[in-house]
Design a protein around this ligand. Structure first.
Ligand SMILES: [Zn+2]
Length: 164
């Protein structure tokens, strides 16, 4: 008996004040019939997932796909119409959603680590040395004067305040 199961995925991501969904749908024999990504502005991840599911179900209906098994990320109800949802991450759908979002900030501050009093390292895409009380940082934004104080200095000053 042939496998009659349609498969699909919807994923949402958010960055820089925008949310987006990505999704795809394949026939039981694996033919891709729908692949889409849409940036939809100031919505929550859940709302973006809903938009993606609506789009996928419209396409499913048009193809008479019976209750496709759908991988959904990050959050969804367990059923959506006749679709059976599995709450797992799908790399392809997530990559589609990511592809329509603004690029990540070049100098994203993942964390500030105190090396010794007054001397910090800002961990991010690259690590930078920060001396917040001197108002000096080794990042390009500070070095070339685009931003003084830079975000690392501000973050390290905040860390200083928390240390007391
Ligand atoms: Zn900096």
């Amino acid at each position: 008996m042939p496998n009659r199961t349609w498969t699909g995925a919807v994923a949402a991501s958010a960055r820089g004040g925008s949310a987006a969904f990505g999704g795809w749908l394949r026939t039981p024999s694996g033919i891709l019939v729908w692949r889409s990504a849409e940036r939809i502005g100031d919505l929550t991840l859940r709302q973006a997932v809903d938009r993606g599911m609506s789009a996928l179900l419209r396409v499913s209906l048009a193809h008479r796909a019976s209750g496709p098994g759908v991988a959904v990320w990050p959050e969804a109800p367990l059923r959506y119409g006749k679709a059976l949802l599995r709450q797992v991450e799908d790399a392809e759908a997530l990559a589609l959603a990511e592809s329509v979002l603004p690029p990540p900030a070049e100098f994203a501050v993942a964390g500030i680590e105190m090396i010794e009093p007054g001397h910090y390292v800002a961990h991010g895409t690259r690590d930078y040395k920060v001396w917040p009380l001197l108002g000096v940082c080794s990042c390009p934004a500070f070095t070339y004067g685009a931003s003084r104080p830079c975000k690392h200095i501000k973050a390290a000053l905040e860390a200083e305040r928390q240390v007391g």
